[in-house]
Ligand binder design. Structure first.
Ligand SMILES: NC(=O)c1ccc[n+]([C@@H]2O[C@H](COP(=O)([O-])OP(=O)(O)OC[C@H]3O[C@@H](n4cnc5c(N)ncnc54)[C@H](OP(=O)(O)O)[C@@H]3O)[C@@H](O)[C@H]2O)c1
Length: 319
């Protein structure tokens, strides 16, 4: 039996990982809600680990948020994320957890990194200032895993890995009107426009920026795939101090194309207008996921199919 602890199992990514791991009867899934276990509290984390004989950890708990939240609460973003990662990675080591997978984010890469963004562009330039504290914490998470491996893997057999997802969407997403990501925000806006018989939907910005989106169940598959991959195979494509692996869809869409896809799936018949007084953000953000593809993982869910499933889930739970 594999005793697997999923930190952040109530979140969008953690719950997708849990759904998939639960399909294997050899896995015993261990979880604790934020209320039961505050991962920023080292004492609580150490006590939790010492009781449970955990074999593997998926670290999908984090303080996450959009530009506004990152701008307003930078101290909380850097403090909470550093504490969660440090507590979990160290407690895993001291309790002899052999495998751990840390989930990072594409915001670890420099603002002006070449596109598509490869793993090796980490620490090659300045970060996007709006989420720098969050990104620094995520970079620290990668470097924690690498440093523990470098110092302890030979002696203790630990193997701690990191995966960097692109923008994710799917069941369990946040549909809050003010602070959601672009796909859930547009699903909500087009759905409400349809229900209210509105003649138009306004989309922020010019519609020209291009973004990459991965369905969360594909991300869960990527996470489990990477965590279970033979070490020798991974070593052929990564190195001791550049060990993180990107997980993206492989191609991007303009916000205008994305809006059309969502409009058609929802069946809104009015017009889309772009509010060009609102900022566009960076023109393009596409990750290079060839490393993971060459190791054997590919996304399976097209953007259309993923949005169809997400909309069905939104109607069931959030509308
Ligand atoms: N969503 C994306 O598009 C995306 C893209 C790239 C990377 N990622 C990464 O994937 C990971 C998971 O993201 P997500 O979208 O699944 O986020 P999410 O839905 O907000 O889930 C995060 C989970 O962590 C828990 N958590 C936060 N602080 C905690 C604490 N101090 N103690 C215990 N639990 C705590 C949250 O519980 P509460 O809600 O109760 O606080 C929540 O269940 C994050 O590392 C994120 O950076 C996500």
């Amino acid at each position: 039996m594999n005793r697997i602890y999923i930190a952040g199992d109530r979140g969008m990514v953690g719950s997708a990982i849990k759904r998939l791991l639960s399909t294997d009867s050899n896995n015993l899934i261990i979880t604790a809600s934020h209320k039961e276990l505050d991962l920023t509290n080292q004492k609580q984390v150490n006590e939790f680990f010492s009781d449970l004989s955990i074999d593997q950890v998926y670290l999908a708990a984090a303080k996450v948020g959009g530009i506004l939240a990152n701008n307003n609460y930078p101290a909380e973003f850097i403090y909470n994320n550093l504490m969660i990662e440090t507590n979990l990675i160290h407690a895993s080591f001291t309790n002899r957890v052999k495998k751990l997978l840390f989930l990072g984010s594409s915001c670890i890469y420099p603002k002006f990194a070449d596109q598509p963004i490869t793993e090796s562009s980490l620490l090659s330039g300045y970060l996007e200032p709006t989420n720098e504290p969050y990104a620094i914490a995520k970079i620290a998470g990668i470097k924690l895993c690498e440093s523990y491996n470098r110092q302890y893997s030979k002696e203790y057999g630990i193997d701690y890995r990191s995966i960097m997802p692109t923008n994710l969407y799917g069941p369990g997403d946040n549909y809050h009107p003010d602070n959601s990501h672009v796909i859930p925000a547009l699903i909500r806006r087009f759905h409400e426009a349809k229900i209210n018989n509105s003649s138009e939907v306004i989309v922020w910005g010019s519609g020209k920026p291009r973004r990459e989106f991965l369905y969360v169940d594909d991300m869960a598959r990527a996470s489990i795939f990477l965590n279970n991959l033979e070490r020798e195979k991974l070593d052929t494509l990564t190195s001791e101090m550049c060990s993180h692996v990107n997980a993206g869809y492989g191609s991007d869409y303009s916000i205008s194309e994305l809006s059309e896809i969502i409009k058609n799936i929802i069946g809104f018949e009015g017009k889309i207008n772009f509010d060009t007084s609102k900022p566009d953000g960076s023109p393009r953000k596409l990750m290079d996921s060839k490393l993971l593809n060459n190791l054997g993982w590919m996304p399976e869910t097209s953007l259309e199919e993923g949005i169809r499933k997400s909309y069905a889930n939104y109607l069931e739970n959030d509308a």
